[in-house]
Design a protein around this ligand. Sequence first.
Ligand code: 13P
Length: 255
Amino acid sequence: MRMRKQIAAANWKMNLSFQQGEKLLDDILTAKIALADHQEVIFAVPYPYLLMTRSEVAEEKNYYTAAQNCYHKKSGAYTGEVSAEMLHSIGVPYCVIGHSERREYFNESNAVLADKLNLCLENFITPIFCCGEPLSIREKGTQNEFVAIQLKESLYHLPAEKIKDIVIAYEPIWAIGTGKTATTEQAQEMHAYLRSALAAQYGKDIAAQISILYGGSVKANNAKELFSCPDVDGGLVGGASLVAADFIEIIKALK
Ligand code: 13P
């Protein structure tokens, strides 16, 4: 069976100038952290920085670039939007889909995200599909049911051979940008639940091959502990990915 990937993914969000982004990549890449076959580092950068990032990582084994979003239609009169096909045409291999900030500020529904996933997969782009509950749901204790609906409505139309090609990121909204990380117990519990839900839908072997990343205040000083959980396959990192020394430590924390 294929070993699932352990991934450190940076999500720059809407931060850094082009020059700052280029310097950050240089600083991280000059650390020359060699990755094993089962490890990957992914930089999800703003659209105008994709080509620069792609050429920065071109010579590095298992370092990749990602878009942070794409539009849910194939092509046409959608001024200002970027399609999955366009991303593929410039050699982008990954795309973040359904980040909670897009769900919240841009009203992206589970159904729209299903369309985006389809378009990514049709264009040979691996989606990094984000799910996760808000604080009110966590306080009620219904987080499992909440994420189960996100998976069902956006993913479960996909056949098994396609589901293998996606990465899932569990990002509890209450932990994003708050400095309030999920405990290792909370992370492991949810990741195990997600994997069991995928196993119920697609079988154990398929579920065992899907990388499930944790996101939400991953820092240099907690990455190792979080990533050591058996069902946590790395992280999707916001704030700490903007500081070279911090992200370098996070890469080194990969299993
Ligand atoms: P922070 O690491 O800043 O909490 O952000 C997490 C996130 O949203 C990554 O996509």
